[in-house]
Write a protein that binds this ligand. Structure first.
Ligand code: FES
Ligand SMILES: [Fe+2]
Length: 435
């Protein structure tokens, strides 16, 4: 964050500028993996992806490959996907069901709880003193939150509940809707794109500024419904770098209603949430945010474009971005719904997600193209030196009392960069601490 000369003037010292090297350098990327990803609770899967003993999916935690497995005893395990003999990748499939994982190199075999079970010619070649217990797959700490599975290899890190902190208040609004819990009825899908992972993180933490420009076509086509009109919004910030942005149609009357959710389920929602949560959830039409460092979400009721007979629905999309490299990001997306809503509702929610926020949707394709284009000037030797990313929008934003009472530092700015500044301040603090 430094001042830089421009063509006709000087950017003030107080400007919030981030060096382009943070978006392109391999050294920075390696430091992030050590200083941030290794020290955070990271989302890996939804419980409904591994419902039965033996079920597994393979995922990434930063750049570490892991197997998320349901053991024969029904416990969820997150295991480093690497054989403890010589470190060969153990499981090559995305998903499946198995009692054992057998290494393709020398044939060591591990149970789905990570324990080493079989060593070819083990007694003969290693002798009777060989301790299989010392060669179990390396397991992470695992914790769940309304069906979301998080993991960390950091034994010193606080509990997941403490890590999420006051963000739980807002996540519960979307995850504690039904007594039946949550599900990811369509599983997950993954894709990679060119662009640094932080661009997506800062965008979903609260970039209200880009909406009507980058996504103009979507707005013009009417897929935003009433949200295309005048809106008012807030940005909220939490300990550890979490942040969210909420908006509603300007001047909407408060009232307990849950747009997109079946009306007969509204009393259940109101009853499960605290009064403050119910007010927040019912009066906010779009809420998106970031759980630091790499889990984001978008929640919005379906705004239109229904086929005959389709029910209204609301979409809650979870996103995960893992940095394959400084300029390449692997994204995993899930639609998360109340587990017991009917199939037609879930299908309508899924359609909303695919149309607005899937990999090839109106909004996501606009964003991914901008992330890619942000890399191009950073590759030039002059541009890299002279250009920095600027986050000075709405620096005068003050704490604000919105249409709901909720925790966190609430700032009354629908269009601002307050959350981006919060994200990068936290990021830089973590990077400094992790040196
Ligand atoms: S590397 Fe896996 S058995 Fe040898
Ligand atoms: Fe966007």
């Amino acid at each position: 964050m430094t001042a830089a000369s421009t063509g006709t003037g000087t950017v003030p010292d107080t400007s919030f500028m981030v060096d382009r090297a943070y978006f392109t350098d391999r050294d920075v990327w390696r430091r992030e993996l050590d200083g941030i990803f290794k020290r955070s609770w990271l989302l890996v899967a939804h419980e409904s992806e591994v419902p039965s003993p033996g079920d597994y999916v393979t995922r990434r935690m930063g750049t570490d490959e892991v197997i998320v497995s349901r053991s024969e005893g029904g416990e969820i395990k997150v295991l480093l996907n690497a054989c403890t003999h010589r470190g060969t990748l153990l499981c090559k499939a995305d998903t499946g069901n198995t009692a054992h994982f057998r290494c393709g190199y020398h044939g060591w075999t591990f149970a789905n709880d990570g324990s080493l079970r079989g060593v070819p010619r083990g007694r003969e070649l290693y002798g009777p003193g060989f301790d299989k217990g010392a060669f179990a797959l390396r397991g992470a700490r695992v914790a769940t939150f309304y069906g979301l599975i998080f993991a960390t290899f950091d034994q010193e890190l606080c509990s997941l509940a403490e890590y999420l902190g006051d963000m739980r208040f807002y996540l519960e609004c979307m995850l504690n809707v039904s007594g039946a819990g949550t599900a990811a009825p369509y599983g997950s899908y993954r894709f990679t794109h060119l662009g640094n992972w932080k661009l997506e993180a800062d965008n979903l933490a609260g970039d209200g500024y880009h909406l009507r420009h980058a996504h103009r076509a979507g707005f013009d086509m009417g897929i935003m419904g009433a949200q295309a009109g005048a809106v008012e919004g807030v940005c909220v910030q939490f300990e550890r770098g979490h942040a969210l942005r909420a908006q509603r149609a300007a001047g909407s009357e408060p009232g307990l209603r849950f747009p997109g959710y079946p009306q007969e389920r509204w009393p259940e929602i109101a009853e499960r949430l605290s009064p403050d949560q119910a007010r927040m959830f019912s009066d906010s039409s779009v809420v998106h945010g970031l759980v630091f460092p790499n889990m984001a979400w978008v929640h919005t009721p379906r705004a239109g474009g229904f086929d005959p007979g389709e029910p209204e629905a609301a979409m809650f999309q979870l996103r995960l971005f893992n940095p394959i490299g400084p300029e390449e990001t692997e994204e995993t997306n899930w639609l998360v719904t109340p587990a017991d809503y009917d199939d037609a509702w879930k299908a309508s929610a899924f359609k909303t997600m695919q149309r607005q926020h899937g990999a090839t949707s109106f909004f996501e394709s606009d964003d991914l193209e901008n992330f890619r284009r942000m890399l191009q000037p950073a590759g030039g030797r002059v541009g890299r030196e002279l250009l920095k990313s600027n986050f000075d929008l709405a620096t005068g934003s003050e704490p604000f009392k919105p249409w709901f009472s909720g925790p966190g530092r609430i700032v009354g700015s629908d269009v601002s960069e307050v959350n981006q500044r919060w994200f990068y301040r936290t990021y830089l603090a973590w990077m400094e601490a992790g040196k």
